[in-house]
Design a protein around this ligand. Structure first.
Ligand code: M6R
Length: 612
């Protein structure tokens, strides 16, 4: 939800700003804009549509100045027009603001500011901040940091804000509340951005920021203060990946690259998790055996694809650790008086660590006394910072809006947690855990195997490109896979796609089946699995009503009546989602390409959903 970048240093500022916006465009792509720190009056250009529109508008006469701010937008208040694009300016054109989040009290601010004579030129919530800061800066004799501090005290909602003023153009002031902001510390230059990918090619030194912390930077200094003006010691860390991780590396889209990175992502997340004496090593959970044994239940909260990882957690943890698990969509959680207390472990799953719905659910759980464990892919993001413990996945940066490798690593993380809890509870022996862990280690090779044989699937997919409905069926651990297959297809191909539990078909959804409706069925793993036959019956039921059936099944399984069978290697049934999801990702990817859709930046979406 909006990407933000600020630069101050010796470079011609438009270069790092545009480079940063390119890397942040996954966060929002309704419009883009920059303000450059020209003395006297700022240079501002902003354009509706993708960043490429802004780039075309920035002609060669661009001033070569050394500071500026840039923004790529996911629209909330006000449509995606040039006027609503950020930066927003005060009436003198000297102060510019960019914003990620929502200013909830913008209407009352706007009325008050208009009454004082301010003229507004957009429908955004953000513009009120530009006018407010302008007044406050004057009250503070030109001190933008003090103005920002006072502004934050009256603003409600969630926001990252960056501001620049033409009278002191080398200085950029930023603040964050419930929205991400990181500082990049270079040599003679400094950066601020929504995430580190924006400046990774210039520096690997980053500073994480807490709630309501204000950053004032110029080329040679970064000062962080709190709302009382007290200086805060920076929490510096080194970014562990390099710039190439955030590039396409020869693939046509980030999504395809990320699909192909899955074997490595899974291997990296598994690395070093079993000790010589067969203990699952998850010290970051910070839970003693006694604390684990006294858990009465686990509640998993997440959104979208991460929610599907949560559903897998229920199957794995209940099976191995014998602890009841409930899984809830994070945005619903706090509105239903959930029964949680200190005997509940809440697991919050989030790739970005910034999803507002999940963050709010985490806060609710903590206030009810539950212990919160985050599963997250983004170092130092808000959700892990506010949780009691964090298990980081090692998927590397996920740029495509559609989540792929992050999901597989989230599922690996829940397997590890399940095994760890089972060991503490004594419900699995060390020998059993050793065997299961060794099978986990085989998964990267098996994903490779699938990826080596996806060409026929890509070809097959193109035959379905004109269909407007695709249904997915699964049972047991195949059910979350069906939901994920449908979500991927919706978000990428923009068509009607639904995932159903096979048993539910006869309770309504079978009415959707018409002549030629494509149905993708995930056959339960394990030839002995009792559900196998039931799913085979479901396949016959839809086929009898005209469906074209594609089946995902283990090697060696014979399926009658399927138009196409996609085989996946044999694994322990509970591990099936790791493999069965991969062809569905490829299917959705190829559908999007065939329909001419924007794969990496599907319409109306953004990677990181920082509004509720
Ligand atoms: O960053 P998070 O894992 O918290 O994001 C949750 C969802 O917004 C995300 O998984 C979304 O559903 C994906 N675009 C699906 O591909």
């Amino acid at each position: 939800m909006c990407g933000i970048v600020g630069y101050t240093g010796p470079q011609s500022a438009s270069v790092p700003l545009i480079a940063g916006l390119k890397r942040l465009e996954y966060r929002g792509y309704d419009s883009a804009g920059i303000a450059l720190g020209t003395a006297g009056k700022l240079f501002v250009e902003k354009k509706a549509g993708k960043l490429s529109n802004l780039e075309s508008a920035l002609d060669s006469s661009l001033p070569s100045v050394h500071s500026g701010i840039g923004h790529t937008r996911w629209a909330t208040h006000g449509g995606p027009t040039d006027q609503n694009a950020h930066p927003h300016l005060d009436n003198e054109g000297k102060l510019a603001v960019i914003h990620n989040g929502i200013i909830e009290n913008y209407t009352e601010l706007r009325i008050a500011l208009e009454a004082k004579g301010h003229k507004f030129s957009s429908q955004t919530d953000t513009e009120s901040v530009a006018h407010l800061l302008s007044d406050l800066r004057k009250e503070h004799q030109g001190d933008l940091t003090k103005a920002m501090r006072d502004a934050v005290k009256v603003l409600r909602g969630s926001f990252t804000l960056l501001a620049i003023h033409a009278d002191k153009p080398e200085e950029i002031v930023g603040v964050r509340r419930n929205s991400p902001l990181v500082v990049g510390v270079g040599t003679g230059e400094n950066f601020m951005a929504s995430d580190v990918s924006a400046f990774i090619e210039y520096t690997k030194q980053a500073i994480e920021l807490g709630q309501d912390e204000i950053v004032t930077m110029d080329p040679t200094s970064v000062v962080i203060t709190d709302l009382d003006g007290k200086t805060i010691k920076p929490k510096t860390y080194e970014i562990s990946w390099d710039a190439t991780a955030a590039e396409k590396g020869g693939f046509s889209h980030f999504m395809l690259k990320e699909i192909f990175e899955q074997p490595k992502a899974v291997a990296d997340t598994l690395i070093g998790r079993l000790s010589d004496n067969n203990q699952i090593l998850l010290d970051e959970l910070h839970m003693s055996k006694q604390e684990i044994q006294s858990l009465k239940k686990i509640t998993v909260i997440a959104c979208g694809t991460a929610y599907h990882a949560g559903l897998v957690a229920k199957y794995a943890i209940e099976k191995w650790a014998k602890i009841p698990v409930e899984v809830e969509i994070a945005s619903e959680f706090r509105y239903r008086d959930p029964i949680i207390d200190s005997t509940t472990l809440v697991i919050a799953i989030s790739q970005s660590g910034e999803t507002m719905d999940t963050l709010m659910a985490v806060r609710h759980a903590k206030s009810a006394g539950a212990r919160v464990l985050a599963i997250c892919n983004t170092n130092s993001s808000t959700i892990p910072r506010e949780s009691d413990a964090v298990l980081y996945t090692h998927a590397g940066p996920e740029i495509a809006v559609a989540s792929t490798k992050a999901l597989l690593t989230q599922i690996i993380a829940v397997y590890l947690i399940g095994l760890h809890l089972a060991q503490a509870n004594g419900s699995l022996s060390d020998q059993q855990v050793h065997e299961i862990y060794n099978e986990l280690l085989e998964l990267p090779g098996k994903i490779e195997q699938i990826l080596e044989t996806v060409e026929p699937l890509r070809e097959l997919t193109r035959k379905f490109a004109k269909n407007d409905t695709v249904l997915f069926l699964g049972r047991n651990i195949g059910y979350p896979v069906a939901l994920e297959g449908a979500l991927k297809l919706k978000e990428l191909a923009y068509i009607h796609a639904e995932g159903f539990a096979g048993g539910e078909l006869k309770h309504g959804p079978i009415a959707l089946i018409d002549q030629g409706t494509p149905v993708i069925a995930i056959l339960p793993a394990g030839k002995e699995h009792a559900l196998d036959e039931k799913m085979l019956s479901n396949i016959q039921e839809v086929k009898a009503r005209g469906a074209r059936v594609i089946v995902i099944a283990e090697e060696g399984v014979v399926v009658e009546g399927a138009e196409h069978v996609i085989t996946i290697p044999v694994v322990r049934p509970i591990f099936q989602p790791i493999l069965a999801t991969v062809p569905l990702q490829v299917f959705a990817y190829e559908m999007a390409v065939a329909r001419g859709n924007d794969v990496d930046q599907p319409r109306n979406l953004a990677k990181s959903v920082t509004v509720e």
